[in-house]
Ligand binder design. Structure first.
Ligand code: 9WO
Length: 261
């Protein structure tokens, strides 16, 4: 997968290429990331990339021309490396919400190049958006200081779904949301906190120590269903439950009721 990012702060993207799973994915060529600084596409002596908004008001607006220069350079590089179609995405609070379904849609077009525009200041000249941007994507209803972190969130969520990126072949399929459910609880050693000043004694659920894999799988599914019902009932409303799942959830709900009374 090929990403080109238009950004005033290219070094921020080291967070993606220098750490963890996404670093390994870059090293093994699962994705390629190029950054383009609009400042390098300015033509004046001051290398100006912003100006005051028409109509007045606080803050500055990113100039259309340096951005268009950077976008064109990114498109040319993508075309030269064999990309048939580049999809131009602007990260903004006005965009379509990034969900697992959107991530899957992007992963399903690996031959398509993505160009991500990360804005700064109060935003970008609207004519640049109208004439160059195919789609706006939001990562949530809040304002950031710029689009860079949103671009990295998008790329991270896409890259971990690419084939061969997660060591354990089944891991991406087992991720929370892949099944439309929240994740189950996780436990690791020690089995008991003894003499700990930091933790009260609290047992690991015995089923996880039983070695019965079928039972463990059922318990985990039940926990996922129960947590989704408790924390995100909206997710359950858009998903049909199998007979087994309905039974597991009913038992979870029953147990919760007993806790309350
Ligand atoms: C600045 C601002 C100031 C006062 C009132 C409203 C305001 N909105 C903005 C604004 O949206 N600034 C943007 C900062 C300009 C473009 C890049 N920025 C950005 C992108 N902030 N937040 C995002 C973003 C992107 C994707 N998903 C969530 C947030």
């Amino acid at each position: 997968m090929i990403f080109d990012v238009i950004t005033l702060f290219p070094q921020m993207f080291d967070a993606l290429t220098q750490y963890g799973i996404t670093r390994r994915a870059a090293e093994q060529g699962s994705f390629v990331l190029h950054t383009w600084n609009p400042r390098d596409f300015t033509t004046d002596n001051y290398r100006t990339i912003d100006d005051r908004p028409y109509g007045g008001g606080p803050g500055m607006v990113m100039l259309a021309e340096p951005l268009a220069g950077a976008i064109s350079a990114a498109r040319q590089r993508q075309a030269a490396s064999g990309v048939k179609k580049s999809r131009m995405v602007y990260l903004s609070p006005q965009g379509r919400l990034l969900t697992h379904a959107v991530v899957k849609e992007l992963v399903a077009q690996p031959e398509e190049g993505l160009i991500l525009l990360a804005g700064r200041y109060e935003g970008v000249d609207e004519r640049l958006i109208r004439q160059y941007v195919d789609e706006e994507i939001s990562i949530g209803d809040y304002v950031l200081s710029g689009g860079e972190l949103a671009a990295m969130v998008l790329m991270d969520s896409v890259v971990r779904q690419l084939p061969g990126v997660l060591g354990d072949a089944g891991s991406a399929e087992q991720d929370s949301f892949v099944q439309g459910l929240l994740d189950c609880p996780h436990y690791t050693r020690p089995e008991q906190f003894t003499n700990s000043k930091l933790f009260n004694a609290e047992a690991v659920p015995p089923v996880l120590l039983s070695g019965n894999h079928a039972e463990i799988q059922r318990w985990r599914l039940q926990q996922s269903l129960g947590r989704t019902w408790l924390c995100r009932p909206d997710l359950l409303a858009v998903r049909d439950l199998t007979k087994e799942e309905s039974g597991l959830l009913a038992a979870f709900q029953d147990a919760t009721k007993n806790l309350k009374s």
